[in-house]
Design a protein around this ligand. Structure first.
Ligand SMILES: Nc1ncnc2c1ncn2[C@@H]1O[C@H](COP(=O)(O)OP(=O)(O)O)[C@@H](O)[C@H]1O
Ligand SMILES: [Mg+2]
Length: 383
């Protein structure tokens, strides 16, 4: 009996504790952030905490006693909640078996993942937008680079064509005299024959002279052709020979404008690079000096070309007495298209192209400054 009494007391105490525990449990459930729903064996909702009410958009009173609207088969699943107010929420649902009021039941926890989903979606959208932007950016850059390359190419062509025009003039000039000489020789042949002085020796001498002249003319053509051939391989060349060649190309205009040229370049200065491009640079700089002389009607125009070694570099300076470069444009003259000339002559690419050739192709420097009475261009290349 005492045993039974104790047991009953014990049971009452246990019941009490059970009830208190359940109370505490309920209290605890009402405070947590996740939704909690208890569903009994028959699938009827027995308890709904406030977080679950919020998530499902229905009150506990409304839900309790109803069937739980989601299948409980899976341990965890993603569910989409369409609330009575038509708002859609997303949740992660976990189901564990538990005991509730003495019977087995399902404890359902619901974690609202709507915000997370929205964030993920937004992130994905941003990511896609970013990728798209990257793609179009790459394309744009490629297009721009292509366009830039195309432009450079056109400029180089344009400048070559301008130089070619000048050179055709030079060829014409250089040929005039030998052509006259050859035609005189031929005329003389005829006259000598008529007057009876025609000998084998005379004929041989005339043929030799004519061939010599023609050989010289043909050499001129070769020189010009070589100049327009692109240098394929960099090579060692004599600075002096390139200076002389460039001067011979513009000999005609130098003489026409009575421009004196003073050359002081040692024969043993050797430069490694592209000789034809290098002469193109010289032609540009010399051509600019000539243009300035003409524009400013310089009295006694002189160009001084000085080649020397300095700190393991080979330096070539071209100095004119044409009055110099206005200070305010000094740092712009190497920009492409920058020109101060009127329509006829100025393309504004000569110095830009020259700088490109010296600095990009030959790893040297091309700079400009003013000196007493004129401008000085300085080419420095390693050797
Ligand atoms: N020797 C020089 N003296 C004074 N100014 C010069 C000289 N060389 C070039 N310049 C200036 O630099 C500008 C750019 O030269 P350049 O690039 O060759 O183009 P362009 O000769 O077509 O004008 C010229 O328009 C001129 O104003
Ligand atoms: Mg020019």
């Amino acid at each position: 009996m005492a045993e039974a009494g104790r047991t009953r007391k014990q049971r009452e105490k246990d019941d009490n504790e059970d009830r208190m525990l359940q109370e505490r449990f309920r209290d605890f459930l009402t405070r947590i952030a996740d939704g909690v729903v208890l569903v009994n064996r028959r699938g009827t909702v027995r308890f709904v905490n406030p977080a679950a009410e919020t998530l499902l958009g229905r009150s506990a009173a409304d839900l309790e006693g109803e069937r739980f609207p989601f299948p409980l088969a899976e341990e965890t699943s993603e569910i989409t909640v369409t609330r009575p107010d038509r708002e859609t929420r997303f949740a992660e649902m976990r189901v564990v078996e538990t005991e509730w009021e003495g019977a087995s039941a399902s404890l359902v926890t619901l974690r609202d993942t709507t915000e997370r989903r929205l964030m993920e979606e937004r992130l994905r959208e941003n990511q896609e937008r970013l990728e798209e932007l990257n793609r179009t950016l790459e394309e744009k850059i490629r297009e721009e680079v292509d366009r830039g390359r195309e432009k450079d190419h056109l400029l180089i062509l344009q400048s070559r064509q301008a130089a070619m025009g000048e050179m055709i003039g030079s060829i014409a000039h250089q040929w005039r005299q030998p052509l006259t000489a050859v035609s005189l020789l031929i005329q003389d042949l005829g006259e000598t024959y008529v007057y009876g002085d025609f000998t084998k020796e005379y004929l041989d001498a005339t043929i030799r002279s004519a061939l010599n002249i023609i050989q010289h003319m043909s050499q001129t053509i070769d020189d010009f052709r070589d100049f327009f051939r692109r240098d394929r391989e960099p090579q060692a060349f004599s600075l002096r020979s390139i200076v002389d060649r460039a001067l011979s190309f513009i000999e005609t205009s130098l003489r026409y404008y009575t421009i004196a040229v003073d050359v002081d370049v040692d024969d043993d200065l050797i430069v490694f690079g592209y000789p034809n491009e290098f002469s193109q640079v010289l032609l540009n700089i010399l051509g600019n000096a000539k243009d300035i002389f003409r524009e400013r009607c310089t009295e006694k125009p002189v160009i001084r070309i000085h080649g020397f070694r300095e700190n393991r570099k080979t330096v070539l300076t071209i100095t004119d007495n044409g009055g110099g470069i206005p200070e305010e444009i000094l740092d712009r003259i190497f920009e492409p298209y920058f020109t101060t000339r009127k329509r006829e002559n100025g393309t504004g690419i000569g110095l830009w192209l020259s700088k490109t050739i010296i600095e990009k192709n030959m790893e040297g420097t091309l700079t400009a400054c003013n000196v007493e009475g004129g401008a000085r261009f300085r080419i420095e290349v390693g050797s």
